[in-house]
Design a binder for this molecule. Structure first.
Ligand code: SF4
Ligand code: FES
Length: 242
């Protein structure tokens, strides 16, 4: 008799190991749960809520919820998809995401997840915040208009690079990414294009200079297959620039 522990995801059994979250076990089993702030290389953060799933009538974040025996997890129901669409619509109107002109278009996780959940319009009124672009670094530019506050660069810089180049400042709608340098500019920090933090941005906020628009439309990361098949942007960084 099998000793493996399992829960169900949309009525399909998913085996898990001790310490797994619902997300960990699902991704290992090849079952896609949409996500933005989750990256298996880092501690779960639970901020974007795009990975919302239903568990016994409650809404939880799959990336932070521990897997336990016998859970019945609802992932692809119309109700869950609608909640994810609304979350994504809010993310799109809170920033300035102009996909047709963005270097990351076609290889952007925000855009790819929006396509995956069937988001067809922004629905809400655009905030049009006034945000700057920091092009002060020789190799990397940051467009704060596209930041979705996933904190992956914050975690990567702190946990892997041991540099602490990024922080989130402010609260609620006033939250924003800041650079920890004397001038607040990236060029005035010890950030390097080779840092882990330079490889993890799921959107077009942290951009490597000199490489934009290097894949023609039709050959970009998510042009041929959806994110549920292709996987996260960070898995392809260095191999597949969009
Ligand atoms: Fe996330 Fe990119 Fe914003 Fe950093 S710059 S918080 S990686 S979206
Ligand atoms: Fe789970 Fe962002 S991926 S909260």
């Amino acid at each position: 008799m099998s000793e493996n522990k399992a829960f169900t995801l949309d009525a399909k059994p998913i085996e898990f190991q001790d310490g797994d979250t619902i997300m960990d076990a699902a991704l290992r089993a090849g079952a896609y749960i949409p996500h933005l702030c989750h990256n298996p290389e880092f501690e779960p953060h639970g901020s974007c809520r795009v990975c919302v799933v239903g568990v016994n009538g409650r809404r939880v974040s799959a990336c932070t919820q521990p897997a336990t025996e016998g859970l019945e997890v609802e992932n692809n129901s119309e109700a869950i998809k609608q909640e994810r669409r609304a979350l994504l619509q809010m993310l799109f109107v809170e920033g300035n995401h102009v996909c047709p002109g963005c270097e990351k278009s076609g290889a952007c996780q925000l855009q790819a997840v929006a396509y995956y959940v069937g988001m067809l319009d922004p629905h809400f009124t655009h905030f049009f915040p006034r945000r700057l672009v920091d092009a002060s670094h020789a190799e990397v530019a940051i467009d704060f208009n596209r930041c979705i506050l996933c904190e992956l660069c914050v975690r990567a810089s702190c946990d892997v690079d041991k540099k602490n180049v990024f922080s989130i400042s402010g609260r609620g709608i006033g939250s924003h990414l800041v650079i920890n340098s004397p001038s607040g500019k990236l060029g005035d920090s010890d950030f390097s294009v080779n840092d882990k933090a330079a490889q993890v941005c799921p959107v077009g906020a942290i951009l490597h200079k000199h490489t934009g628009y290097d894949r023609p439309i039709g050959e970009r990361l998510y042009d041929r297959q959806p994110i549920s098949v292709v996987g996260d942007v960070a898995e392809h960084e260095g191999k597949d620039h969009g």
